[in-house]
Design a protein around this ligand. Structure first.
Ligand SMILES: [Fe+2]
Length: 248
């Protein structure tokens, strides 16, 4: 099967539309979204409506999705993220609240040895930035492959045991393909659609083909200026628009 795996849309309708138009003619069997549909951007209801229309969709709840529903406190959020959450909370329509409430808390385990989570399998608020954390997470999950989001940085951690690992950052433009080795374990982050943070402003996602054992990363252009302008016009913190221009 071919899985489209994407994360951290953060109410960025332009980024999300660019993703959907890029894959329009590709065969996708299932859609796996790793959380944070809302927060930061100007179109929370529109992105939720679009996401909910995808067939064979599995979602896990992100920390922003959780916080906007009032599940847990805002203590992990900086003042800018917190003010965007308050802005979002006031604008969510009934359908959006119902959709957010229906998202599953991670980890979600698929039948093919794959685990999905937002931050880590243990905690959607936890950031995995090191091979050591990634190793602990894959062991905790009990699966061979785990897809995670939250950091907004595309990366593959490959393990041949605790102390033997490789790290791949698929930073090149266009596409990059990584072939998964059957006896190794993997923690894989597709990056972010709505707010990339690896100094590349293009939206990023991946397609996982479990039959061929291949993960293909994509980086795509989208109308960043329009997304930024909407953020400014909405009265959201300016920095949330400006950071889209540089991808930080
Ligand atoms: Fe996020």
């Amino acid at each position: 099967m071919r899985f489209l795996i994407f994360s951290d849309i953060h109410s960025n309708l332009e980024g999300f539309r660019a993703l959907l138009s890029r894959i329009r003619n590709r065969k996708i069997d299932a859609y796996l979204f790793l959380g944070d549909i809302i927060g930061y951007g100007a179109n929370p209801n529109e992105v939720i409506e679009l996401l909910s229309s995808l067939p064979n969709l599995t979602t896990v709840m992100g920390n922003h999705d959780k916080a906007v529903l009032g599940l847990g406190s805002h203590e992990f959020f900086n003042p800018i993220a917190s003010s965007a959450l308050n802005w979002t909370e006031k604008r969510l329509n009934k359908f959006s609240v119902e959709f957010l409430s229906s998202m599953k808390r991670g980890p979600v385990r698929l039948k093919n040895g794959v685990c999905l989570c937002h931050g880590s399998p243990e905690d959607e608020d936890y950031y995995i930035f090191t091979p050591e954390d990634a190793y602990d997470s894959i062991e905790f999950s009990g699966e061979r492959i785990c897809f995670f989001g939250h950091t907004h940085v595309p990366v593959v951690y490959e393990f041949r045991g605790e102390a033997r690992y490789s790290v791949y950052y698929p930073l090149d433009e266009g596409r990059s393909t990584i072939r998964l080795k059957p006896s190794f374990k993997y923690m894989i982050n597709p990056g972010s659609i709505g707010q990339p943070r690896d100094k590349n402003p293009r939206a990023t996602f991946l397609i996982y083909d479990d039959r061929r054992g291949i993960v293909k990363f994509y980086r795509i252009n989208y109308n960043i200026r329009k997304a930024r302008k909407k953020i400014l016009n909405a009265g959201l913190p300016e920095i949330l628009g400006d950071r889209l221009l540089d991808g930080y």
